[in-house]
Design a protein. Structure first.
Length: 100
């Protein structure tokens, strides 16, 4: 289990709205130590689009501020392998039976 001692470890999630609202959704990134939150609008549910948007949001931060991101098991995170070569950020996933 990761502790909250190290700065730069994030939790990522996607809030998907009902289909009547279209493909729009909102992504949240919360830094574990400081609880600093970043929210960004995402206009597509595809994993490729989501990861590109996430990297664009995180890339301006210095490398120590974006060490890792932990995701749940949502389909929108299946392009996670782009993070390390793209912005130098490790990706982790929650235990399916214990997403907290």
């Amino acid at each position: 289990m990761k502790t909250r001692k190290t700065f730069g470890e994030w939790e990522g999630d996607l809030m998907i709205f009902e289909r009547a609202q279209g493909k729009m959704n909102v992504a949240s990134l919360v830094e574990r130590k400081t609880r600093f939150a970043v929210l960004f609008r995402n206009n597509d549910r595809s994993s490729t689009h989501f990861m590109n948007k996430l990297m664009g949001v995180m890339e301006p931060l210095p490398q120590p501020a974006r060490r890792s991101i932990t995701f749940d098991r949502g389909f929108e995170f299946r392009e996670w392998r782009k993070l390390k070569p793209g912005i130098g950020t490790e990706a982790w996933f929650c235990d399916p039976q214990a997403p907290w």
